[in-house]
Design a protein around this ligand. Structure first.
Ligand SMILES: [Mg+2]
Length: 118
């Protein structure tokens, strides 16, 4: 990943503004759209076992579908960060701190246990 989050955000906002879409991009609509795009990403993997996923990920056509859906989610997250006036990079760092407190390395290393059961 070579571009900064802010540079990507500006690119996304230029794309949006060139189409006069900002009036559709309310926080509610964007939150719902993130859910929809996330479901589209999930659908690509639905009902595949791990071997089938590995096989699919070796195919360029499947990788392209995955990359498109991941990009859709990122575009909407970047757009929503502008719509709600939130610094996504700062939010990510703050959440990593929260997660670090919930999942201290000494308790969670190599474990997939939820924080309240550690
Ligand atoms: Mg999509």
């Amino acid at each position: 990943m070579s571009d900064s989050l802010e540079a990507l955000r500006q690119e996304v906002l230029r794309f949006r503004d060139a189409r006069a879409w900002s009036r559709f991009h309310t926080p509610k609509n964007l939150a719902m759209a993130i859910g929809v795009e996330s479901a589209e990403l999930s659908e690509l993997f639905l009902w595949k076992d791990d071997a089938e996923v590995a096989e699919a990920l070796a195919r360029p056509d499947f990788r392209e579908k995955v990359s498109h859906e991941m990009a859709d989610v990122l575009v909407l997250l970047l757009t929503m960060s502008e719509s709600v006036g939130l610094d996504l990079a700062a939010a990510l760092r703050a959440k990593l701190e929260v997660n670090g407190a919930k999942y201290p390395v000494e308790k969670s290393y190599g474990r997939a246990t939820k924080y309240d059961a550690l």
